[in-house]
Design a protein around this ligand. Structure first.
Ligand code: ATP
Ligand code: MG
Length: 340
């Protein structure tokens, strides 16, 4: 088989970047959908605080509604913070939502992160709610900071997320694939490892930290104003970056040796993390995706895809690359996957 093409010509880059800009404009959530999201938060705040007054209940958004990577049809991820312990069991929360007209209320109290899922028929939004999960708020804030550092991150990440949705590659819970969050970590890590880098490691970087209202210093560099533009020495176009993203994870990245780590901002060896394939004792673990959760570093976000699922995703990455290599076919690349 022929060598995968190394790079795009300037003309090809212009064409692909232009097609990406056009697609990106269509993917941005409408003002109307942003307004509905904001109204949902106000509504939940009112429902909860009327039911349990003086319980210091706060309704926070996380996930794509908080990291600048949502689309009109994304569901809303909500984290309720409160000292009221009985809310953590999730059942009283589910009952309250049901009483207030929410539909399809499902309570997953026994999940790793217990959640309630429901649908608001008035605002036409689906939501996932959890209680007191500060990790999710923290990693969402860090993703948002990365997205704000360079103007190329948001369009690139939104287009890759769109591709993963259309090819059905982003459902960790049911599809046995990997979550949007895992894909986002792969994108950020890729941008940290361009030459020169487009993004730094915010967790490794000294200074540039702000203090929160409660006086705590952030665990990662979060002062966007002073950090913006640090990747400007890299002049790669959007089109070139999309092409190189698929090339990198399709052909260059050595899954049997390497770990994606945005905390380190460089390739980490599976051996140094103790995630060496031999430690698992099976041949199948050799070609698996390893992505370190940036705050809970013992967690491998790639775990949700088993060997067979990962193999399928890897083939999809190569398919995307080949369609761009052969005539910059962005539309076909993102064509809806149809089950045979
Ligand atoms: P989408 O628009 O597809 O819903 P998303 O940005 O909301 O994308 P999800 O995969 O739904 O991404 O994850 C939502 C949030 O949940 C993430 O931003 C992250 O804060 C948190 N999260 C998800 N999976 C994990 C995990 N394995 N460990 C820690 N936090 C996680
Ligand atoms: Mg989400």
């Amino acid at each position: 088989k022929k060598e995968p093409k190394r790079t795009l010509t300037p003309n090809e880059q212009d064409k692909l970047s232009g097609d990406m800009r056009e697609l990106y404009d269509r993917l941005l959530p409408s003002q109307e959908s942003e307004d509905r999201r904001a109204r949902l938060i106000e509504k939940l705040d009112r429902i909860l605080n009327e039911e349990w007054p003086d319980s210091d209940i706060h309704v926070n958004v996380f996930g794509s509604s908080g990291n600048l990577l949502s689309s009109t049809d994304s569901d809303v991820d909500i984290c309720i913070t409160t000292p009221l312990k009985k809310l953590e069991s999730m059942h009283s929360l589910a009952a309250l939502l049901d009483k207030n007209g929410m539909e399809k209320v499902v309570c997953r109290a026994a999940a790793k992160v217990p959640i309630v899922k429901c649908w608001d028929p008035e605002l036409e939004l689906a939501m996932d709610l959890n209680v007191n999960n500060p990790l999710a708020l923290q990693n969402t804030r860090m993703i948002r900071t990365y997205v704000q550092l360079d103007d190329r991150v948001r369009p690139l990440a939104k287009i890759i997320k769109y591709w993963t949705k259309r090819r059905i590659l982003n459902d960790a819970a049911f599809g046995g694939t990997i979550s949007s969050y895992t894909w986002i970590c792969m994108i950020i890590s890729f941008l940290q490892r361009r030459e020169p880098p487009i993004l730094p490691s915010l967790q490794k970087m000294d200074g540039h930290r702000r203090k929160s209202e409660s006086g705590e210093t952030s665990s990662f560099a979060d002062d966007v104003e002073s950090l913006k533009g640090s990747g400007a020495a890299n002049k790669e176009s959007l089109g070139e970056l999309l092409f190189q993203f698929f090339r990198h994870y399709g052909y260059e990245f050595e899954y049997s040796k390497h770990v994606v780590s945005i905390r380190e901002g460089r390739l980490v060896l599976r051996k140094e993390k103790g995630w060496d394939p031999t430690d698992y004792g099976d041949k199948e673990s050799h070609n698996r995706l390893c992505v370190e959760e940036p705050f809970t570093t013992v967690r491998n976000l790639g775990n949700s895809a088993d060997y067979y699922a990962w193999h399928g995703i890897h083939l999809e990455i190569r398919r995307a690359f080949e369609l761009l290599e052969d005539g910059l076919q962005l539309e076909r690349c993102c064509e809806q996957y149809e089950f045979p």
